[in-house]
Design a binder for this molecule. Structure first.
Ligand code: CA
Length: 227
């Protein structure tokens, strides 16, 4: 049974998350503030952490940072409020794997939780078909990336961006196509968000991120993966 740590201070939200996740058969541990959450995340053995951003004592970002500094690599799914675009980017930079925007539906949450747990458990098995992209070998089916047999952490969105660019390799993919495909219609990120993700991806895949050879910028309109 997968063990999930839920760090959330609002009682109604706590209860809703706990009930819905327990109904799916997960074992839930609750923490009501950042400090307790960080301590449990670092010392416990969880398969996934659901982490609210606005928390008493320590913010979700601080928790994220502490957990990663401790060497703990448990996947973290941030719960952010609508419109906190900067928070999402910052959270991912601090080591979160993904975020989900409040208010979210139960089905969406459960789908994300399942996807992360599946990805995590697949990490233990040998990758099947690897696709070389720049410095990395990617197993798209398992959401896993490797560099010289060492696993490299990529967020769910980073995998989705790479997969979409790879499906359309050697063609220009426009920013709005990426926004539609990867972010969907319900969220409203700006094209700047796409650019930020590309910058981070280049740092992971390019030999020299300042002179990209794999993900090229197509004159203001989009990007092109050259393979
Ligand atoms: Ca909160």
């Amino acid at each position: 049974m997968a063990r999930i740590l839920v760090v959330e201070d609002e009682p109604a939200m706590q209860l809703g998350l706990k009930d819905n996740l327990e109904m799916e058969g997960y074992e839930i541990t609750l923490a009501g503030d950042g400090e307790t959450g960080a301590q449990l995340a670092i010392t416990g053995t969880f398969d996934l952490i659901l982490l609210d951003v606005m928390l008493p004592r320590l913010s979700g970002f601080d928790v994220c940072k502490k957990v990663r500094e401790s060497g703990q690599s448990t996947p973290i799914l941030l719960l952010t409020a609508r419109g906190e675009e900067i928070d999402k980017v910052l959270g991912l930079e601090l080591g979160a794997d993904d975020y989900i925007t409040k208010p979210f539906g139960v089905r969406e949450l459960l789908a994300r939780v399942k996807a992360h747990l599946r990805r995590h458990s697949w990490h233990d098995s040998k990758p099947q078909a690897l696709t070389s992209i720049g410095r990395l070998q990617i197993d798209f089916a398992a959401f896993a990336a490797f560099e010289n047999q060492q696993e490299i952490k990529l967020s769910h969105k980073e995998f989705e961006i790479l997969a979409f660019l790879h499906q359309h390799k050697n063609q220009v993919v426009r920013r709005y196509e990426l926004l539609e495909k990867v972010w969907g219609y319900e969220e409203q990120p700006t094209t700047r968000t796409v650019d930020n993700f590309i910058v981070r991806l280049r740092q992971k895949i390019e030999t020299n991120p300042n002179q990209p050879k794999v993900i090229l910028t197509a004159h203001g309109s989009g990007y092109k993966m050259v393979i």
